[in-house]
Design a protein around this ligand. Structure first.
Ligand SMILES: [Fe+2]
Length: 308
């Protein structure tokens, strides 16, 4: 693999980075016993992001039309078939469509084949208490809403924000949430960090999506912009891949594993969706190269062909 070549050629140059990274991540091993190359490999991580999966109770279709359960199951299979197993899987909201306990039971059944740790985040279609009731073993979740949390269990720090006011479809974080975010980011200004929230904090230009956008993004931008270690802000909600420079970092919106919103910009355009192509984001973190995010399409396509 390319990074193994790089390691062989750059051991001395990266040793300082690796040592700092190990210290930041409080990894308990000796650089002498493992060697710099092995340490660097330990600190490389693949983070899979799935979003807007809109699971339904067994046997029911999303909006009566789309087999979102089967499509989510195929997304999980897709992750299992990657040539590098994800170290962490993120579900960035709309785990289910209507917030029913039966839907969350279905999510739990469908994620069972996953070997990597799973972090969940609510979207506007989720129901906080039903989500909490479904995942009592997810100790990172607070006992009540809003469901902001962080995880320091990996080489990349995860800070998750609940941008979903109950019963509403737009995105918003109140002043207490922003204070929590500031305090949480202040607790470690060095470790590379990903911030998660369901709603992308920008106007995307698709009118029927912007009706349900994150509102009043400036206070959130002021907090995130104060920290240089936020590698990216990862979102869902818009059922399309989107990327934007924002608050000194990059916002990436993840496609849905079920339906993709039609790309239309005219103000009179009416809402439309397509069943596919389903996709997820794969974020490859490397302490030397930084973060690279890939769109990974789910499904079988002709190929591979013997050229590139
Ligand atoms: Fe959604």
């Amino acid at each position: 693999m390319w990074h193994r070549e790089f390691i062989r050629e750059s051991l001395s140059a990266v040793s300082k980075i690796v040592s700092n990274q190990a210290r930041r991540n409080r990894l308990c091993f000796s650089t002498g016993s493992l060697g710099v190359a092995n340490l660097l490999l330990i600190l490389i991580m693949l983070i899979a992001q799935l979003s807007d999966i809109h699971v339904r109770p067994r046997g029911l279709l999303y909006k009566g039309l789309v087999d979102s359960n089967r499509m989510f199951s195929e997304a999980i299979e897709h992750l299992q078939e990657l040539d590098q197993s994800p170290d962490l899987v993120l579900l960035t909201g709309d785990l289910v469509d209507e917030g029913h306990p039966d839907e969350y039971e279905m999510v739990k059944e469908l994620v069972r084949p996953l070997k990597a740790p799973l972090l969940v985040l609510p979207g506007n279609h989720d129901q906080r208490q039903a989500l909490l009731d479904a995942f009592p073993d997810h100790a990172y979740l607070p006992v009540s809403g809003p469901l902001h949390y962080f995880s320091d269990d990996h080489p990349v720090r995860i800070v998750a924000l609940d941008s979903c006011p109950p019963g509403r479809h737009h995105g918003e974080i109140d002043s207490r949430g922003l204070e929590w975010l500031f305090d949480t980011l202040s607790a470690d200004k060095q470790k590379p960090t990903l911030v998660l929230l369901h709603h992308p904090p920008f106007v995307c230009g698709i009118p029927y999506l912007d009706d349900y956008r994150y509102i009043n993004h400036e206070p959130l931008a002021a907090v995130i912009g104060a920290f240089t270690n936020v590698e990216a802000v990862l979102c869902g909600h818009v059922h399309r891949p989107m990327f934007r420079r924002w608050a000194g970092t990059v916002v990436a919106a993840c496609p849905s594993t079920a339906t993709q919103i039609a790309l239309q910009f005219q103000s009179h355009a009416s809402p439309r969706s397509y069943v596919g192509p389903p996709a997820c984001l794969l974020h490859l973190w490397d302490p030397v190269q930084g973060l690279v995010s890939h769109i990974s399409y789910i499904g079988k396509y002709p190929g591979p062909l013997p050229f590139f």
